[in-house]
Ligand binder design. Structure first.
Ligand SMILES: CC(C)(COP(=O)(O)OP(=O)(O)OC[C@H]1O[C@@H](n2cnc3c(N)ncnc32)[C@H](O)[C@@H]1OP(=O)(O)O)[C@@H](O)C(=O)NCCC(=O)NCCS
Length: 196
């Protein structure tokens, strides 16, 4: 596999006009190629940009947005979105892993996942969750990177054609190295005795 000629960095806040344009182009490219990333085709550059602007404006303080840049601009991105719930301070969602078609198949998606997992560890998160379209390249990528597949939800969303349903495969990854058999019951609570 050829090494990706890209550097990965945190997106600067507030995002500049050029970065917003390139992020919008990246999202449009992914949807045009049939990716299941929330949107239907056609997706205009203006609508894609508006989504990025809303998402960045709404990002909580612990959110992280990574971008990979090559000679033509932003070639890839991924984001870490902390769970909003007060009882899940240790959990974050990994979202919108996108690599432009010009840069795929050279390991950039893998590098972005490694980088966002490192950011999650550094940010104190211990549990990551995400979902992917069943059968997509992303599903294989997550399996290879050690994510645990929980199962599939049938006909969870529609392809960009707005007609064809696809299943979603749900994954998690623990960052503290602990493993547990499914159905093993709750984790033992350290120093905690329940009185009911
Ligand atoms: C998923 C995606 C980010 C992968 O990016 P990438 O830079 O091509 O990924 P990599 O080169 O690091 O490949 C990683 C692994 O993914 C799998 N993969 C990537 N592209 C693949 C393809 N076209 N066909 C089959 N497997 C593929 C392989 O397992 C690959 O590892 P391997 O080549 O060592 O076997 C990219 O295809 C993409 O942007 N897709 C559209 C958006 C999307 O679906 N995002 C995920 C939302 S959950």
């Amino acid at each position: 596999m050829t090494e990706p000629a890209s550097r990965i960095e945190r997106l600067a806040f507030p995002a500049g006009d050029g970065d917003l344009r390139e992020l919008a182009e990246l999202l449009v490219d992914a949807v045009a190629a049939g990716a299941a990333v929330s949107f239907l085709w056609p997706l205009t550059q203006a609508d894609a940009r508006a989504w990025w602007e809303r998402t960045l404006a709404a990002a909580p303080p612990r959110a992280v947005f990574l971008v990979a840049r090559d000679a033509d601009g932003i070639a890839g991105t991924v984001q870490l979105q902390p769970a909003w719930a007060p009882n899940q301070p240790h959990r974050a969602e990994i979202a919108k892993l996108l690599v432009h078609r010009r840069a795929r198949g050279r390991g950039l998606g893998t590098l972005l996942m490694d980088a966002i997992e490192a950011e999650a560890r550094n940010g104190g998160f211990r549990l990551l969750t995400l979902d992917a379209r069943r059968g997509a390249a992303a599903e294989r990528l997550y399996r290879k990177r050690g994510w645990t597949c929980v199962g599939a939800i049938p006909e969870y969303a529609l392809d960009p054609d707005g007609v064809t349903p696809h299943d979603a495969v749900v994954f998690y990854k623990r960052l503290d190295g602990r493993v547990r058999d499914e159905g093993a019951g709750p984790w033992p609570q350290r120093g905690h005795v329940s009185h009911r």
